[in-house]
Design a protein around this ligand. Structure first.
Ligand SMILES: Nc1ncnc2c1ncn2[C@@H]1O[C@H](COP(=O)(O)OP(=O)(O)OP(=O)(O)O)[C@@H](O)[C@H]1O
Length: 245
């Protein structure tokens, strides 16, 4: 479904992503892991068009999408949820989802849109909030939501695009145990019928969710395989021990 060929990103001569050949199979959950500074976020930004590669190619369902803008990539059915919150504090949860649902139609960008026009999205918005466990918080201002609930709302916004490929940047970052387990269950649920690529530092999350794990180090692919394969890989152990030391 998603493939990169010799994908490289340099920042003033420094190779943050170097010659990466990633292959994500349709219908799988694929984790990107690696020590700090390994290039995970940069790779994510390349895949979603937020950064342009220095060289190499990105293919989505065999089509070359290298150099496309983020909104063009989103239109292809690739959605991303952000690690850093991008919510409007004063706006309610359900209004956020309605706006996201309206965006593909162009309505979302018109702030003078009528409430009647937006009403058509209400049922679907409530449905999405229910999926992420926020049905009873639909009217709450985003700013008043607990951290885990904000992350759940961000996931609902990504799901509003009904993406074929969902990219999640550290979905459990900063969460307590309970929220982590709830998020694992949630990602499993939304992965039904979709392909998911995610970055996470939490190995419990990676082991619970990922069909395939790609380990990056210094911008390059160090190892790839099932969670059990990579966690027993000597090179991976050394890379992580190096970081701890
Ligand atoms: N805009 C930039 N300009 C210069 N260097 C950058 C830029 N973005 C990232 N880098 C460098 O590229 C390398 C990879 O960074 P990246 O954020 O992709 O790693 P990461 O694996 O996501 O790390 P972390 O787990 O800490 O989030 C780092 O050495 C970083 O300092």
């Amino acid at each position: 479904m998603l493939q990169t060929r010799a994908l490289t990103k340099e920042f003033r001569g420094f190779r943050a992503v170097s010659d990466v050949g990633l292959s994500v199979a349709e219908g799988t959950v694929h984790a990107l892991v690696g020590p700090n500074g390994a290039g995970k976020t940069t790779l994510f930004n390349l895949l979603t068009g937020f950064l342009a590669p220095t060289s190499g190619q990105i293919l989505f369902r065999g089509e070359d999408i290298t150099g496309r803008q983020p909104e063009q990539i989103a239109h292809l059915g690739i959605a991303r949820s952000f690690q850093i919150t991008s919510l409007f504090d004063q706006m309610s949860a359900v209004d956020h989802v309605e706006l996201a649902l309206a965006s593909p139609t162009g309505l979302g960008y018109r702030f003078w849109r009528s409430s009647t026009q937006m009403r058509q999205f209400r049922d679907r918005a409530m449905d999405l909030l229910g999926q992420v466990g926020l049905a009873d918080r639909s009217g709450a201002a985003a700013g008043s939501l607990a951290y885990g609930q904000k992350r759940a709302l961000e996931l609902a916004l990504a799901l509003a695009l009904d993406p074929q490929l969902l990219l999640l940047d550290e979905p459990t970052a900063g969460m307590g145990l309970e929220d982590v387990d709830r998020t694992i269950a949630l990602v499993k649920q939304v992965a039904e019928g979709r392909t998911v690529v995610f970055v996470d530092h939490n190995m419990h999350v990676v082991g619970s969710l990922a069909d395939t794990v790609t380990v990056l180090q210094s911008g390059q692919v160090l190892a790839e395989g099932s969670y059990d394969q990579v966690r027993n890989d000597e090179r991976v152990i050394t890379a992580y021990l190096g970081q701890a030391g």
